[in-house]
Design a binder for this molecule. Structure first.
Ligand SMILES: [Fe+2]
Length: 293
């Protein structure tokens, strides 16, 4: 469990809270310095988000930089061997460093130029409708705080290692950006209920925890796997994980539990296949494709 990148954002639909809350069992509880820092980052990211500003420039502390340097080289080693080409090419082009925490504002500028996506500063988990409404407008909400140093391989909430090393790189790919914004547009258009649940499951088993076929091999595609030292080998090699071909009709009927290591994953034949599947599904839900070409 310690090495799982848990995901508590859009998939659990947290309330729209206006103050920081660390859940029971969070490794940072009891560390006054950590909590003070989290409050500070919460306030500046929230102010920037509600004020429609780009991610604030953050002066990261030595401890935050240390945690980044401790985790990212190990992840990078795994990425080189197991991540999808879409992810690897984008990560190289974005020049995300193992030595320094990147400024999301700079990454956002780069994305904007290439794929028209931008990053929205997120103070923490945000409700799914708010989350998807940003995505529908080609914005991706990202956190700027980092996990607690006592457990560098674990985070009970999406932090910037999850967001920056999981979600951000593929946003550079135009096809990926296009299918993501289509999911976002559909999620804010369809009525609450079964259709939203179907879109959340589709997103969970692809964007968050998808595997993908690539030249006869299975590679890692989803951000929840890519940002976890434990999930990458687990997803590909564990005998306890069932890997099924990605069939949309089955995926949207399949439940998931975001609070534990995943034991059921779906293998997407290709990015083009996924895009077609998303287009077909959202059209079936009555959402027009216009504007996502
Ligand atoms: Fe995520």
């Amino acid at each position: 469990m310690d090495q799982t990148a848990l995901d508590m954002d859009v998939y659990r639909n947290p309330p729209d809270i206006d103050r920081l809350e660390l859940e029971p069992g969070h490794p940072g509880l009891g560390d006054d310095g950590y909590i003070r820092r989290r409050h500070e980052l919460f306030a500046s990211c929230r102010a920037a988000r509600v004020g429609h500003q780009p991610p604030p420039l953050i002066d990261y502390t030595d401890e935050e930089e240390r945690i980044w340097r401790q985790v990212t080289p190990r992840l990078d080693e795994l990425h080189v061997r197991h991540a999808s080409g879409v992810y690897l090419r984008a990560k190289r082009e974005l020049k995300i460093s193992e030595d320094r925490i990147p400024q999301l504002r700079h990454l956002s500028g780069h994305l904007q130029q290439v794929s028209g996506m931008h990053l929205v500063p997120a103070e923490g988990p945000i409700p799914y409708r708010t989350f998807y409404s940003y995505i529908a407008e080609r914005g991706f909400p990202v956190t700027q705080f980092i996990r607690h140093g006592s457990k560098p391989e674990f985070t009970p909430e999406p932090d910037m290692i999850h967001d920056c090393l999981g979600h951000v790189p593929p946003l550079l790919n135009r096809d990926y950006a296009s299918l993501l914004t289509l999911i976002g547009r559909a999620a804010v258009t369809v009525p609450t209920g079964d259709k939203v649940l179907a879109l959340k499951r589709l997103s969970w088993f692809s964007i968050e925890f998808g595997l993908i076929e690539q030249e006869g091999e299975t590679k890692v595609f989803g951000a929840g796997i890519l940002s976890s030292i434990g999930e990458i080998p687990n997803s590909l090699f564990s005998p306890d994980v069932e890997r099924r071909p990605f069939r949309t009709t089955e995926v949207i009927e399949t439940d998931y539990d975001s609070s534990r290591m995943q034991d059921l994953l779906f293998v997407i034949p290709s990015l083009g296949f996924l895009r077609n599947e998303v287009e077909t599904l959202v059209q079936r839900f009555g959402v027009p494709l216009q504007g996502d070409a």
